[in-house]
Design a protein. Structure first.
Length: 202
């Protein structure tokens, strides 16, 4: 079986590690390939929809199943414009990359609104957010970080989160930054489940 994964590139650090581990453990015999889309697309919802649907138009012809690593917090109409692909795709329950990689702590953080979680992909690709939005959008987005008391980087260990990276991010968002360890198995189990559902045609 040939399985494709369509993912925002923010997943790349963790996804490449997880897929490598899955391959080394020989959990599946199926051929699994990844297509990444630009991280900054969620700042322009029209372009996000266009690029996701254009990609799926091609990938659903090339692969038996396509796992889609996007969620409802990436685009409010996400599952509406995916309906025509329902027979060919597998979606995930988490609403965004933060929930998918870091897990329940992100969902719990929504309640008090004091902290914002970020992944290693966010830290690496933060400047790419500016590519599909204008100066006003960029200013508004950076101001939104001021609503939080802390930014917490969920460190899965796939890249080294250096002091220079933390300082560079602080210069951009201007709120205190903490680093918390995150179990990579949270995301690995999510991917294993998605692959299994693709194989089982569910």
């Amino acid at each position: 079986m040939k399985i494709g994964i369509l993912a925002c590139s923010v997943f790349e650090p963790e996804l490449e590690k997880v897929l490598s581990d899955i391959k080394n453990k020989k959990l599946f015999e199926d051929n699994i390939e990844v297509t990444y889309l630009h991280f900054g697309l969620h700042t322009n919802l029209d372009k996000l929809e266009k690029d996701v649907t254009n990609a799926l138009d091609k990938l659903t012809l090339e692969y038996d199943k396509v796992i889609v690593l996007y969620g409802s917090k990436c685009h409010y109409r996400f599952f509406d414009f995916l309906k025509k692909y329902n027979d060919n795709i597998v979606t995930i329950k988490p609403a965004n990359c933060l929930e998918a990689i870091i897990g329940d702590k992100v969902v719990e953080s929504y309640a008090d609104g004091k902290d914002i979680y970020l992944t290693s992909g966010w830290v690496e690709k933060f400047d790419e957010l500016n590519e599909f939005s204008n100066a006003v959008d960029n200013y508004d987005r950076l101001n939104q970080f001021g609503m939080y008391e802390n930014a917490i980087i969920g460190d899965t260990g796939v890249i080294e989160i250096t002091d220079d990276m933390i300082f560079d991010l602080y210069e951009k968002i201007q709120i205190p930054i903490e680093v918390e360890p995150v179990d990579i198995n949270i995301f690995e189990n999510l991917i294993i489940d998605a692959i299994q559902r693709a194989i089982n045609n569910k």
